[in-house]
Design a protein around this ligand. Structure first.
Ligand code: NAG
Ligand code: NAG
Ligand code: NAG
Ligand code: NAG
Ligand code: NAG
Ligand code: NAG
Length: 638
């Protein structure tokens, strides 16, 4: 049912996307225009609109495999979509969505997860998620019972007009994806410092709106689309153990909805403040150790009675170090009811991130919102030409589905493709493939000539498959190749001379195939040196010690001549046999006649005739038989 409609779907989608991207190609990050937006309802055959914002979700497209299913949404913040796509391990450990024709720029990419509505399936899958080859999220046990863990969000730059989002199995259930959102944001959004940019991906680790109990999306908060559609978890207290308090105002807040981050006004209309008894504020969250985090703190002076500078001054300590000293919101923002945003990059060594607001003058501390991002170094990708060659190989060799081979072959480094060995090329700044180990994988196709585009290969092992056809001549151009093991396949034809150019070759196993013809002289001498070659179990191979002798190399004319010679010899034999038989008949008859008259004479004459025949015809008979034996090897190699 799924396959039937896929072709049509894809074509329609491509046309549609082309139209959309053409109309958006001229877009810059201009707040007066709409940003590029794509939302996919995974597993859905129809476009869907969801309340209350009438958000449009496109029907499912761009996936590499998987199955659709009905969804169970474990949390109310998950968009009200009814289907999902899940990727069983039999479809391979790596599965992706490729979204093409995305204008280059800066994007918020958000994925919501859900559970397959099937009581027989493992209910909560655990898996990894990458965007553009960079691993940015690992689901943890219990994710489905915490609102802010039911999605993964990354801020990422699209540089080649396409976006790949991949899901990596960890062997704990099928990755199950409810929705994908690709929302363009300002080119400079969340610019935290010099290392910000195309070399980093930001993972949203925490986003709180303080003093409001209600979780909300930018969309609900009358944000504008260039801010993305951030999810703000509403909290009334920063820690369950302290007695901090919520505070709110209906006053208009100035300096919101400004480039590059376009924060909605309402996140500044509420806040959490300390108490007279405990004037400082403290917030703590779990983090991954030895990572860098970008912390964004939001303030606005909204408390009645605080009207001038110096009435509220506090320090901000992050993990014990002073991140900001003497924060005086009115002084720094210029006025009351005016937004102030501060950001700081923190190197975290432990497993917690603690933010403490410590009053130094005047009244208790206050905070409106907190955002924490993990700064992740973006992975460098694999050389494009080599990715293309591997894809050709995948098709040509009939790679089984379970091997996957979706996304980038070498990154994320935690999840390289099975059977592919990678090496980072420091000088060029990308990954290359230096080994292919696809032995005993049930491959059935042919080796494509394009395999030679994997110019950095040092080792190829395709032993123990059912690969047919010829050994590609182009293999001879992979100059660094040291190991070539094609043993135990169904390869036929001759060994290409080009393999003789492989100066680094140490191991060449071609045994157990249907290869024929002469082993190239350029290879024949090599085993004498340090290399190990095996050509055995190929009935038709000849020309090196251990295999049978090749005959002299024959031209077509010589072969025709030889065939003609054999034909003449056979003809001669037939004629001779006929003559001999005829003569015998005559002698028998004569014998009978003679016996009737004078028996002893006739007998001795017959004996003499037989001896004569043996002497006369022994030689030609012998030589034609041995001639036949010799011609067998001449004729076989063609
Ligand atoms: C999803 O649920 C609908 C009923 O709501 C049912 O008709 C359909 O077969 C289900 N699909 C799958 C894949 O389970
Ligand atoms: C973040 O802080 C740095 C200074 O640490 C500042 O240069 C930069 O402008 C800030 N970014 C934004 C978007 O405010
Ligand atoms: C964190 O930032 C420091 C520089 O501030 C850098 O040397 C280090 O490599 C970064 N660590 C990670 C894990 O990104
Ligand atoms: C290639 O794989 C086969 C089967 O796993 C193995 O026996 C053989 O040693 C490998 N060849 C080389 C050269 O390592
Ligand atoms: C090799 O085998 C293929 C079938 O697998 C056949 O079409 C082809 O003619 C064979 N080539 C030679 C040289 O025997
Ligand atoms: C070559 O391959 C054959 C099997 O085809 C095997 O029996 C033999 O041991 C191999 N020779 C070497 C030197 O590895």
């Amino acid at each position: 049912m799924q396959n039937r409609s896929l072709g049509v779907l894809h074509l329609r989608w491509r046309l549609w996307l082309l139209a959309v991207s053409a109309s958006l190609a001229v877009l810059a990050a201009d707040p007066s225009k709409e940003p590029y937006t794509i939302r996919i309802s995974c597993g859905s055959f129809d476009d869907v609109r969801t309340a209350p914002t009438n958000t449009l979700w496109y029907r499912d497209f761009g996936y590499t495999g998987g199955r659709f299913a009905n969804a169970t949404r474990p949390s109310f913040i998950i968009p009200p979509l009814k289907t999902l796509r899940h990727f069983p391990l039999s479809d391979g450990p790596e599965n992706c969505y490729y979204i093409n024709n995305v204008p280059n720029g800066h994007y918020q990419v958000r994925l919501f997860f859900a559970l397959v509505a099937d009581p027989n399936l493992d209910s909560e899958p655990i898996f990894d998620v990458s965007v553009e080859g960079t691993l940015f999220s690992s689901l943890l046990l219990g994710w489905s019972s915490e609102d802010e863990k039911t999605f993964a969000e990354a801020l990422v730059f699209v540089q080649d007009s396409s976006l790949s989002i991949c899901f990596h199995s960890t062997g704990h259930g099928d990755p199950s994806i409810l929705s994908i959102e690709v929302l363009q944001i300002d080119d400079n959004a969340y610019k935290f410092g010099p290392s910000w940019g195309k070399g980093t991906v930001l993972r949203t680790a925490k986003r709180l709106t303080c003093g409001s109990g209600k979780p909300a999306f930018d969309e609900d908060l009358n944000g504008i689309h260039w801010g993305g559609d951030r999810f703000w978890l509403g909290v009334k207290t920063l820690s369950s153990s302290s007695d901090d308090q919520p505070l709110s105002t209906e006053n208009v807040i100035a300096e919101t909805l400004l480039a590059p981050n376009f924060y909605p006004q309402s996140i500044y209309q509420s806040a959490i403040v300390g108490t007279d008894r405990q004037p400082s504020l403290s917030f703590e969250m779990d983090v991954t150790p030895n990572r860098n985090y970008s912390v964004w703190l939001h303030f606005a002076e909204i408390e009645n009675g605080i009207t001038a500078e110096q009435e509220r001054v506090f320090d901000v300590l992050i993990n014990g170090d002073t991140a900001f000293k003497d924060i005086d919101i009115i002084r720094m923002a210029g006025e009351r009811f005016t937004a102030l945003v501060l950001n700081k990059t923190i190197v975290v060594t432990g497993t917690t991130l603690t933010i403490v607001l410590q009053p130094v003058k005047g009244t208790r501390a206050i905070i409106s919102a907190i955002e924490v991002f993990e700064i992740i170094l973006a992975e460098k990708k694999t050389l494009t030409q080599e990715v293309g060659a591997l894809r050709t190989l995948k098709g040509s060799l009939g790679l089984p589905l379970r091997l996957g081979w979706n996304g980038d072959p070498c990154v994320p480094q935690q999840h390289p493709w099975g059977g592919v060995e990678c090496q980072f090329d420091d000088t060029k700044g990308h990954w290359v493939i230096d080994g292919l180990g696809l032995d005993n994988q049930g491959l059935r196709g042919v080796i494509p000539g394009d395999i030679s585009k994997l110019q950095h290969l040092q080792s190829i092992n395709l032993s123990g498959n059912s690969i047919k056809g010829n050994i590609p001549v182009t293999l001879g151009t992979i100059s660094g190749l040291q190991v070539l093991d094609l043993s135990y396949n169904e390869l036929n034809g001759s060994i290409p001379d080009s393999l003789g150019q492989l100066a680094s070759l140490l191991i060449l196993n071609l045994n157990g195939n249907d290869l024929s013809g002469r082993v190239p002289a350029s290879l024949g001498g090599r085993p004498l040196h340090r290399a190990r070659f095996n050509f055995t179990d190929n009935a038709g191979l000849c020309g090196i010690p251990g295999l049978h002798e090749c005959g002299p190399h024959l031209s077509v004319a010589a072969k025709i001549g030889m065939a003609f010679g054999v034909l003449v010899a056979i003809l001669f034999l037939v004629v001779f046999a006929a003559c001999w038989w005829k003569r015998r008949q005559n002698i028998r008859r004569a014998q009978k006649l003679a016996a009737a008259r004078e028996a002893p004479y006739a007998k001795s004459r017959t004996q003499f005739t037989r001896d004569m025949q043996m002497a006369k015809h022994h030689r030609p008979h012998e030589s034609s038989r041995s001639g036949n034996d010799e011609s067998t090897p001449h004729l076989l190699p063609s």
